[in-house]
Design a protein. Structure first.
Length: 318
């Protein structure tokens, strides 16, 4: 074998061994809890499932809430919020909800537009104030519902383009300066965070209030989610002590994964909440016609199987 090829293979093997050693050194063992050997009652059986799930799905912790007959009957947590300090994960630990934030943004938009007599079929240029208008030629016929349904033709910016945007330009109120033109040839739904970030921008612009304040007023406080808020910075560390983790490349271990929000606040993915707050929200969903969310859900669905902004799930009749 050619000497150069041998040296290359030796170097490659050495690099791979160093990589595996480095990954082991900076990672953590899977979280193991000792559940009851023979669970007898319902609570012990649930604990057993949760403890096993930590290993099966290779995650550091879980929060579980169960609503029955419009009451929160189970709310518990297992695992850790930080594997270095071994801080326990609790039902009051704040954590980013990622794309579940879109549900809150959709319901906030529904409540706000209903109150102001604005149909979800209204085109986007009609809703924005004159000084913040979008090009009618580019946005004609694209409605608020198109944003909710991901049918606007918007596509998220590629990662390398996001890197070029300065931190101060990542404020929601600066969104129009980075907004691409919608692809009018894109007929099918195309999932993009920009749809919901633009929806939040429209709410801010039309109301003259910060989006986070609108979300508190129209949804979070009425739903009992008093510890929840949208991000006010790009770094999740500013909002919670909880750290993110992911499985390692080869070892059955966990390594820390640091993330950043794309903008602040981020209507598409920036909601910070707790297990206790989500339990309160589930109670309102379970109340259906008697709950404070019903009119907003009806406005989002308008006779369709699922409300705009929601995934294809079965929830209280939808």
């Amino acid at each position: 074998m050619n000497q150069r090829i041998k040296l290359f293979l030796i170097g490659l093997m050495s690099w791979f061994i160093l990589f595996l050693g480095w990954q082991w050194w900076k990672s953590y063992p899977l979280v193991r809890w000792e559940p009851p050997l023979s669970p007898q009652n319902r609570s012990e059986k649930i604990d057993s499932i949760l403890h096993q799930s930590l290993l099966t799905y290779r995650i550091p912790g879980i929060v579980l809430g169960v609503v029955e007959n419009e009451k929160l009957t189970i709310l518990k947590s297992v695992g850790f919020a930080d594997l270095t300090s071994k801080d326990s994960l609790t039902v009051n630990t704040p954590f980013p909800l990622a794309s579940i934030s879109k549900l809150v943004t959709a319901l906030t938009a529904s409540a706000y537009f209903q109150e102001h007599g604005i149909s979800l079929q209204t085109s986007i240029p009609e809703v924005l104030p004159r000084e913040k208008k979008l090009s009618t030629a580019d946005w004609e016929g694209i409605s608020l519902r198109d944003l909710l349904d991901h049918t606007s033709g918007l596509k998220d910016l590629r990662n390398w383009k996001q890197v070029l945007i300065k931190t101060e330009q990542k404020q929601l109120r600066q969104l129009l300066s980075q907004l691409p033109k919608p692809d009018r040839n894109l007929k099918k739904p195309h999932y993009a965070d920009l749809n919901y970030d633009l929806l939040g921008y429209i709410l801010e612009s039309h109301s003259g209030k910060p989006f986070s304040e609108l979300a508190q007023e129209y949804l979070l406080k009425p739903a009992g989610m008093t510890s929840s808020t949208f991000n006010s910075s790009l770094d999740p560390v500013a909002h919670t002590t909880l750290k993110g983790y992911e499985p390692t490349f080869l070892w059955k271990r966990l390594e820390e994964k640091k993330t950043k929000f794309e903008r602040y606040p981020s209507p598409s993915s920036g909601l910070i909440s707790t297990g206790a707050d989500l339990g309160n929200a589930l109670i309102h969903f379970s109340r259906w016609e008697m709950g404070m969310l019903f009119s907003n859900l009806e406005n989002l669905s308008q006779g369709r199987i699922k409300p705009s902004g929601f995934q294809e799930i079965e929830l209280g009749g939808y």
